[in-house]
Design a protein around this ligand. Sequence first.
Ligand SMILES: NC(=O)c1ccc[n+]([C@@H]2O[C@H](COP(=O)([O-])OP(=O)(O)OC[C@H]3O[C@@H](n4cnc5c(N)ncnc54)[C@H](O)[C@@H]3O)[C@@H](O)[C@H]2O)c1
Length: 431
Amino acid sequence: MTSLTLFCFLRRTAVTGDSAYAYANAASRRCVQTLQRRPSCRRHATAAAAINSHANSGDFAPLLRVSTRNMASSAPKLVAVAESRRFMIDCFKAVKVPQAHAEAQADLLVAADHRGHFSHGMNRLEMYINDLAINCTDGGAVPKILKETPATAWVDGLNGLGAVVGNYCMDLAIKKAKTVGVGWVCAKGSNHYGMAGWYAIRAMEQGLVGMSMTNTSPLMAPTRAKEAALGTNPLSLGAPATNGDKFLLDMATTAVAVGKIEIQRRKGAGLPDGWAQDPNGNITNDAELGFSTGCLMPLGGSELTSGYKGFGLGAMVDILSGVMSGANYSTQVRKWTHAGADSAADLGQVFIAVDPNCFAPNFEERMTDFNARLRGVKPTDPSKPVLLPGDKESQNMASVDAAGGIQYLENQLNTCASLAEKLNIKPLAFN
Ligand SMILES: NC(=O)c1ccc[n+]([C@@H]2O[C@H](COP(=O)([O-])OP(=O)(O)OC[C@H]3O[C@@H](n4cnc5c(N)ncnc54)[C@H](O)[C@@H]3O)[C@@H](O)[C@H]2O)c1
């Protein structure tokens, strides 16, 4: 199948409504609106929304997945982590991504599902495939160092896959940190790189403190603004403790991800104050309006509740990743909703690794003590102990491992079946 054929297929399925999905570009959005105007499709959309409720966070323009098959069924099926990875690798290879790059991207996506961040796992697969199919992303690109000092590097991702660019840059930062104590690598020319925490984990696994940030498509309205000028711009910090324990903060800098607003909308529920704005810049409790406006509020919400701090954090991420790297930043970043065939994302990202042994001794032991102090404080509700960043994800991984696989929703599985058929690859197998 040629890239063009695949692209046509992706667009066509969105129009026909047989496992229709619409996402992230103007054509697809028009298609969703058409579907929503048809009463029968509206019904399907509502049902699809109800069973897709686990895809409850996201960092890009509103995604609506509409499946008209098996709408009544939400029976869970487990997919082994290794099988999920195999499937994604096969999909990437089908659109001419080299084996190593396909593996890197699949590792990132399956890790997100394993950790419970479904919005950044398999859920994204067809978006990447589509970008690759229309040559918006170069699946074979190998990042290139543009400028280097012992502690720093400026890298051009050459429009490669996010995980390929991210892994390359973090590995470079790690190498530098092991040599001179710190490695700070900025990349331009990158693409969506998934979980920011993925790269912090890479450094942590080497006994280093890791940090990473990326800019994203505009979705956050700065405090006092009625237009989006920053993305959900996530940041991560990973600090290793002893015996495999850790502190792993990995978060968007908006109050909530857009997917959470979509879920409220699908449920017909309202929004709490501080999540989203209406077109006039006022806080809205109307999920439909919040969703269509596409102006998320920064972490903290309104000015009264210190939303300017989230705005500041999101801007910090963009300065360190977009401005400093020479990539697109702020409103220069494409709206994924309007991505055309010629529109490369040119995202900016930053990867920092620090050797804690350059400072006070026994960092990992001190981290263990630090973590214990935080986890040990008296909880408000005794049945809900205090958690540290990263704990929920560790718990989710343990649950997946105990269950023997990842529980994808029927809706996601239908999309995978459709992809398998069109890309002519082996379908997903279940446990
Ligand atoms: N690449 C992109 O464009 C992009 C954009 C936005 C988000 N993301 C990714 O999406 C994922 C989800 O982001 P999010 O902001 O929705 O995450 P989230 O709100 O689910 O969690 C944010 C952080 O809070 C921690 N946390 C959750 N509950 C906690 C509790 N009770 N006590 C203490 N800590 C707790 C989590 O462990 C995590 O570190 C992340 O991996 C993020 O990097 C990516």
